[in-house]
Design a protein around this ligand. Structure first.
Ligand code: HMH
Length: 229
């Protein structure tokens, strides 16, 4: 059995789509300062809706961790994430007001609705903890890598967008994503051991499929900012 990190293997294997999600033209335009504010505002409005669906998904993961996890510290990591979402929702409201984005008037785009429905499907008790937390890590990691890129040396991110970039690009959020990644790697390693034993579901394969679905949704989500969908 391959004893390397599963995620590392996936990232090599699916490099193109991963880069598509973490180096999207919207992110590159924020980083080089050429972003159209209308694109940014479209993204902001849609993400307000997405995050509202992300909260119950995070809560469902907490329940799965409590029932299924072999490690108590998983719950602490996930609870920290859930607590941060409270702050995030307040921030979205304030940020939307700052940009004159009227939340009551935002219509969820088809991509957004589909992504939220995908999250809902992962809330089902039938979905294994390992599979669900893989999706959760991937969702957070894409934003972390994307927005951290806009804060690197040499980036020309407009000052009024720095707060947004710092929300997901700050070192603390990076550590949180690393903690999630460690959990996922630990769970996947266990799953591959278990699968060797006998006729268990291929959790490893399911997790990889979910990982790819997240990356596709993330690319589509950024694409909504173009406003031609
Ligand atoms: C679409 N992906 C999307 N929105 C977010 N807020 C995150 C990831 C990170 O939580």
């Amino acid at each position: 059995v391959d004893r390397g990190e599963v995620i590392e293997t996936w990232l090599k294997k699916h490099r193109l789509i991963y880069t598509g999600a973490t180096r999207h033209p919207l992110i590159l335009s924020i980083r080089d300062g050429t972003v159209h504010l209308s694109s940014f505002k479209r993204w902001l409005g849609q993400d307000c809706i997405f995050v509202r669906a992300f909260v119950p998904f995070a809560a469902s993961l907490l329940i799965k961790a409590w029932k299924e996890s072999d490690n108590r510290s998983d719950l602490d990591v996930l609870l920290g994430g859930l607590a941060a979402l409270n702050d995030e929702i307040a921030w979205f409201k304030q940020e939307a007001a700052k940009w004159g984005v009227l939340l009551s008037e935002i219509v969820p785009q088809k991509t957004n609705e589909e992504y939220c429905r995908f999250l809902e499907s992962l809330m089902s008790p039938e979905v294994e903890y390992t599979v669900a937390i893989t999706a959760y890590w991937a969702i957070e990691a894409v934003y972390q890598e994307s927005f951290a890129h806009c804060l690197e040396d040499g980036s020309k991110t407009p000052p009024e967008l720095l707060e947004t970039c710092q929300r997901w690009g700050n070192p603390g959020f990076g550590q949180y994503c690393s903690a999630l990644r460690n959990i996922v790697n630990r769970r996947l390693e266990r799953a591959s051991d278990d699968q060797l034993k006998e006729g268990l579901d291929d959790v490893l394969k399911k997790a990889e499929v979910v990982f790819l679905r997240v990356l596709e949704y993330e690319v589509d989500f950024w694409n909504m900012s173009r406003g031609d969908s």
